[in-house]
Structure formats: structure tokens, C-alpha cells
Design a protein around this ligand. Structure first.
Ligand code: NAD
Length: 415
């Protein structure tokens, strides 16, 4: 939105505790060094530098939004703080694009012992831990059980994040670890745990089968219908549903645990939802109308994973919503400028009859433009398809094709 917004028409203030934009779809590749972090980061200030008019940026977290007083409370939660680290920003129009946080479903031990995969810091932590596990396993006189535990990498959640990370991890093993520490490499194992009957539930059936077969060929152990119930510092406790309906509890030792079970609503969004009566039935985020206006408000818009517009929480949706809102705001500014020019011309016409014909002509032209500008169509998401990397240079993709879907998988898809 910021990239496309015509900043000359507004006094824009950006608030974000993270001072860069992050292209999260490539984050799993950062965990093993396939992609360098800098390649998927873009500093906010670098984006702002190219804008026509100055934009204010505060590196701060928006902690609460008061829609009645129309203010946002901001807090500097960075390491270095000045004498003032909390203040308020008044707004006329507010756009919320705070994303979501990691879902843990309140499962004990998850926050303390597992790694998430949402931020650059998470990817760096995972990268460091993988090597630490391998080196600790290779430590002199390490016991056999301990080598197996340390070399066991467990991924919980078989959505695209979990599948892509498991694939990257297995590639890293095949391409690097095998050569670097050949003596213990046969003990390296990746397990993917998913509560539902299959991985990648949002993809077509044939791609699900293809993915599961490919992951098995890559020697990734897939445990479906298995729900993690508890996490300790070196084990996960999971419940497996057997075909006969019985349930079995198992304890799985791990060296590295990556938790990828999807999104949860951020506290600032929850708090705002509680302040707006029209949001009381919304569960997964701020319910918005077809112009992305937060239901029950007139001057708050929401985009991306924190908004519920009827689409999946993906980068593709967020990007299109941002572009749409920029166009909407640019149009609103144009409308206002044209309306005031029309008003100015009509009052001039009444005063000086000489230029009346010229003014009338301009008014007519402006009114025509205004009608075009005012005719803003609601947001319509255009789905281009879904793609997920599944390891060994293969990918699966559901691509929108005319009015149908083209499901493809393999090396060509990845290419
Ligand atoms: P997700 O919500 O898609 O998948 C999470 C999975 O975790 C679910 O299948 C769920 O059944 C499972 N799960 C939940 N609790 C569990 C438990 N206790 N034990 C075992 N399994 C459990 O999450 P995601 O993969 O992080 O994706 C989030 C969003 O981002 C989705 O909309 C996704 O499409 C999108 N995304 C897309 C791509 C891509 O297109 N390549 C990549 C990453 C994310």
C-alpha cells in the first residue's frame, strides 16, 4: 500500500516495530542458507525515500487503538530507549496491517521449547540450532540414544510452512550435512507431524498424494492424524488416531522442534475487536466489508492476515489488498480535489460572467472525470494460484487457468 500510495495527498505516518518489510514466502529457505536474509528484507526507510512527499516513520509497536478518541498508542520496545518511550498518535484515517502471530492453541511447552518460523530472527535461530544439534551429536563419546535424539528434527504442522521447511531441511542434509559429518549422517531424520489425515489440505487431492509420496521418497517420516498435545525440552507427546478409532499416545524425542501450526490473532487486534460491537462474532481477525473497511467503523481499514475478507491468509491476498487500498485512497484524494475545484469554478462563474463559458466547460470536464473516479469497484481478489516447495528441487502448484485449475508437480513446476 505504501509503495503505491500517492503520499502528496496525505500526511502519512508509518508505525512498525520491525523496520523492514519481510518477504515471508521465502523464509523457509533462509533457515538452511539457501537464501540470504538480506535478499528478502527491504528497509521501511528505503521504501519511504522514494516517495514524492515525506512520510513519518516511527520504529514502535502500536499497543492499543482507541476508535472513539481516534488515537493509536505507540511504544518503543527496542533495546535502546529514550526518556520517552510511549506516546499517542491521533489519526483521521487508520490502516491496520499488523499480520498475525503464531498459533500454539495453548499447548503446554510450545512457546518455551520450539522454534517458530515467522520472522528473520526465527530463521536465524533455526539455522544455528540445526548445526548445534549436529555438532553436539558428533561430540566425543556421545551416547547412541542421544545421537538419535539430537539428529531428529521434528516439524509440527503439515501446512505449506511445515512442508516447505521439512523439504529445505532434507535438502540441507543431502547436500551439506552428509558431506560434512559423514560418520553420523545416517542418523539424521526429519519427521513431519500433522493432525489432519493429510498434509497441504488446501491443495488439490492429486498434489497432496504427490507431495506425500515425494516427501516419503526423500525419507521424511510423515505422521498424519497425529496431534501434538505437549512439548518438553527434548520430547513431544502426541496422540495418534488409529484406523479403528482407537487413540495411542507416543513420546517422540527431538533435537530441533519447529512449530508451524498456522496463525492466531494478535492482542492489539483482539483488543480493537472487543471495542467494536459489530466485530463480536468475528473470530479470526477484523471483519471487513468489500472496500476493506473494518465493519462497525467508518475510518479504519484492515489488510493482510489481520483482516477477514473471506480469503486465505496468504502473501498474494495481502499484496492485492494493499494495492487496492492505495488506489482507493488515491481516488478519494482526487475526488476531494476535483470537488473543491468545481465549487471554486461555480462561485467564480456567478461573479464574473465574462469567463462563464470557459468555466462551464471545465466544470463539465471535471464532473466527467469525477464520475469516473467515484465509480470505484469493490475489492475483488484475483487468485493466480498456489505454489509450495517440497524439497529436492520439486514443487507443487495449483495454477488458475481460464476458469479452471491446472495442478502440476515436479522439477518443471519448481523451475
Ligand atoms: P496452516 O494453518 O496452513 O497449517 C497448519 C497445520 O497445522 C494444519 O494443517 C493443522 O491441522 C496442523 N496442526 C495444528 N495443530 C496441530 C497439532 N497440535 N499437532 C499437529 N498438527 C497440528 O499454517 P501455515 O502452513 O503456517 O500457513 C499459514 C497460511 O500461510 C496459510 O494460509 C497458507 O496457505 C499460507 N502459506 C502459504 C505458503 C505457500 O503458498 N507456499 C507458504 C506458507 C504459508
Amino acid at each position: 500500500m505504501l509503495k503505491k500510495l500517492d503520499t502528496e495527498n496525505y500526511n502519512v505516518v508509518v508505525v512498525s516495530p520491525r523496520n523492514y518489510f519481510l518477504f515471508t514466502p521465502l523464509l523457509p529457505s533462509c533457515t538452511t542458507g539457501t537464501i540470504e536474509h538480506r535478499s528478502i528484507m527491504e528497509p521501511v526507510r528505503a521504501i519511504l525515500r522514494h516517495k514524492k512527499a515525506a512520510v513519518k516513520y516511527y520504529e514502535a509497536e502500536a499497543s492499543t487503538i482507541d476508535p472513539d478518541r481516534k488515537v493509536v498508542k505507540i511504544v518503543d520496545n527496542s533495546e535502546i530507549k529514550g526518556a520517552i518511550s510511549e506516546t499517542e498518535i491521533p489519526y483521521d484515517m487508520l490502516v491496520i496491517g499488523v499480520g498475525a502471530e503464531n498459533a500454539t492453541f495453548g499447548i503446554p511447552g510450545v512457546r518455551e521449547h520450539s522454534c517458530f518460523l515467522k520472522e528473520i530472527g526465527d530463521a536465524q535461530r533455526i539455522r544455528k540450532k540445526i548445526m548445534d544439534c549436529v555438532e553436539t551429536a558428533a561430540f566425543k563419546d556421545q551416547s547412541s540414544d542421544e545421537i538419535d535424539r539430537l539428529m531428529h528434527m521434528v516439524v509440527v504442522g503439515g501446512g505449506p510452512t511445515g512442508v516447505e521447511f521439512a523439504g529445505e531441511l532434507q535438502d540441507f542434509f543431502e547436500e551439506d550435512i552428509k558431506k560434512l559429518v559423514p560418520e553420523i549422517s545416517p542418523r539424521f531424520k526429519v519427521t513431519l507431524i500433522e493432525a489432519l489425515p493429510n498434509v497441504l489440505p488446501s491443495f488439490s487431492k492429486q498434489l497432496i498424494d504427490y507431495t506425500e509420496n515425494t516427501l516419503r521418497e526423500e525419507k521424511i517420516d510423515i505422521k498424519t492424524k497425529t496431534m501434538v498435545k505437549k512439548v518438553t525440552n527434548n520430547t513431544v507427546e502426541a496422540e495418534i488416531s488409529r484406523p479403528d478409532g482407537s487413540k495411542e499416545r507416543m513420546v517422540i524425542p527431538y533435537g530441533l522442534l519447529v512449530w508451524a501450526t498456522g496463525n492466531a490473532v494478535r492482542p492489539i487486534v483482539k483488543d480493537l475487536m472487543a471495542r467494536i460491537p459489530a466485530q463480536k462474532d468475528s473470530r479470526r481477525g477484523l471483519a471487513v466489508n468489500e472496500y476493506l473497511v473494518v465493519q462497525g467503523t467508518r475510518d479504519i481499514w484492515a489488510i493482510g492476515d489481520c483482516a477477514v475478507a473471506g480469503y486465505a491468509p496468504t502473501a498474494q491476498v495481502a499484496s492485492q489488498e494493499g494495492g487496492f487500498l492505495a488506489r482507493l485512497f488515491n481516488n478519494m484524494a482526487k475526488t476531494e480535489a476535483q470537488e473543491s475545484r468545481i465549487q471554486e469554478l461555480s462561485s467564480k462563474m456567478n461573479l464574473q460572467a465574462g469567463n462563464a463559458a470557459e468555466s462551464a466547460e471545465e466544470i463539465e470536464k471535471l464532473e466527467k472525470q469525477l464520475r469516473r473516479v467515484k465509480d470505484i469497484k469493490p475489492f475483488r481478489y484475483s487468485h493466480q494460484g498456489s505454489l509450495a516447495y517440497i524439497g529436492s528441487e520439486k514443487a507443487v502448484a495449483d495454477v488458475s487457468w481460464w476458469n479452471g485449475n491446472l495442478a502440476t508437480g515436479g522439477r518443471m513446476t519448481y523451475l
